[in-house]
Ligand binder design. Structure first.
Ligand SMILES: NC(=O)c1ccc[n+]([C@@H]2O[C@H](COP(=O)([O-])OP(=O)(O)OC[C@H]3O[C@@H](n4cnc5c(N)ncnc54)[C@H](O)[C@@H]3O)[C@@H](O)[C@H]2O)c1
Length: 382
């Protein structure tokens, strides 16, 4: 089975390499020359545990190829996976331009295909995008009708920092499909995993991704709401309060030998959520809800709590120091997005509304797991 993944970004590259490991012949189409050149040299351009080893393995087995030649890539393809970015637009919704452009490019070549092809969306898109904008572009550019090609949605749930392991050992596979024929091709594409496979409609699959991220964001903002109350009342200690909450038997699995589900990590006070997905996805869902004439009470609150959190942390610091932070040189430790991550997301901590935003210096080497904290701290004393 041949799969073409369009967009060798975070999601696309891991998906393409993971599918190659599963035995598919996998081609990644990437338009960024630097990313493409790196892949052709056998190098990855972002850090994820196990990623460079996986690239080396599938290159050795000749199961993976990276290219910018869409025509050649689509020759003999069974499934096209679209994994390009869907950033926020000015109104907070998602910008589907890249998805639309790719759909038009693929559509223009679909008419020449010698077989039934399924075009699937891996990018995060709001419900209705795949059988709306995507379908329109594909049908217009190919002069085919849905049914002559298949449509699918295969949302990605990998966690940064353990993305390769998550891909190879997923908790779920969600497949939304336009019809049974398309669903069956997608089930074959992901055949080989032992996790539950949920087969559903295109729109349900799109919504499952948003509902999943919104739930996690809700837990984080709930924890921060509790935390800000604790910070304001003498004698309250947020960590103890949350520890007490965690002991509720409904949060535990494993009977007498209690084991905490990983979800508990989201029930702790902190500086708020950041990263490339939660802020964007919560906002997009909020905008979608508003467009339906509904008031997104909960999602708006989740976002507001998160956006205020950085200023509250600064306020707490100023109250502890009994002076403004302006003019102080402050070491902020633990701002890396996640342990063992090469990328640093400081969205919540250095948002423009916070006093430290414009003056903050960011030394990315501190996020290197090999960095020596003592040495870094010593350099701060200058
Ligand atoms: N990053 C995550 O953890 C994560 C997790 C789940 C879902 N998602 C979703 O997956 C999607 C992709 O996210 P990402 O972080 O991988 O994005 P990214 O920006 O890292 O990668 C997108 C890639 O697509 C390439 N591209 C764009 N247009 C192209 C075209 N016409 N032809 C070839 N290549 C093209 C870009 O050059 C880039 O390399 C988004 O919708 C995102 O919301 C991301």
């Amino acid at each position: 089975m041949k799969v073409v993944v369009i967009g060798a970004g975070y999601v696309g590259l891991i998906t393409a390499l993971g599918l190659a490991r599963l035995g598919r012949y996998s081609v990644c189409v990437e338009k960024d020359p630097a990313r493409l050149a790196a892949l052709r040299r056998g190098e990855v351009f972002f850090h994820e545990p196990g990623l460079s080893e996986l690239l080396a393995e599938v290159r050795l087995n000749r199961r993976f190829e990276a290219t910018d030649d869409l025509d050649a890539a689509l020759d003999g393809v069974d499934v096209v996976l679209i994994a390009v970015g869907t950033p926020s637009n000015a109104a907070g919704g998602i910008d589907l331009s890249d998805v639309r452009n790719v759909a038009a490019d693929v559509g223009a070549r679909l008419a020449r295909a010698d077989r039934y092809v399924v075009v699937a969306v891996k990018s995060t898109v709001v419900p209705g995008s795949t059988d709306g904008a995507m379908r329109e572009e594909l049908e217009r550019a190919s002069s085919l009708r849905l049914g002559q090609f298949g449509l699918a949605v295969a949302p990605e749930f990998l966690r940064e920092g353990s993305a390769v392991a998550d891909f190879l050992d997923p908790d779920r596979i969600v497949i939304g499909a336009s019809d049974v024929r398309a669903a069956e091709v997608m089930v074959r594409l992901f055949d080989g995993f032992s996790c539950p496979v949920l087969r559903t409609t295109l729109r349900n699959a799109e919504m499952i991704k948003y509902a999943s991220n919104a739930l996690l964001a809700c837990l984080i903002s709930f924890s921060n709401e509790v935390t800000r109350i604790c910070e304001r009342i003498d004698g309250l200690d947020e960590e103890t309060v949350m520890r007490g909450l965690h002991l509720d038997r409904r949060f535990w699995v494993g009977g007498t030998q209690r084991m905490a589900p990983p979800l508990m990590a989201y029930l702790r006070g902190g500086v708020g959520y950041g990263g490339s997905c939660f802020p964007k996805d919560v906002r997009a869902l909020e905008v979608l809800e508003r467009s339906l004439g509904l008031e997104p009470h909960l999602l708006a609150a989740v976002r507001a709590i998160n956006e205020n959190r950085a200023a509250e942390v600064i306020d707490l610091l100023e109250r502890c120091l009994r002076r403004p932070v302006a003019g102080l040189r402050i070491a902020l430790l633990g701002l890396a997005f996640k342990p063992k991550r090469g990328r640093s997301f400081v969205y919540a901590a250095t948002g423009t509304s916070t006093p430290i935003g414009p003056e903050a210096e960011w030394n990315d080497s501190w996020n290197d797991e090999r960095a020596e904290p003592d040495r870094e701290l010593r350099s701060l004393r200058k």
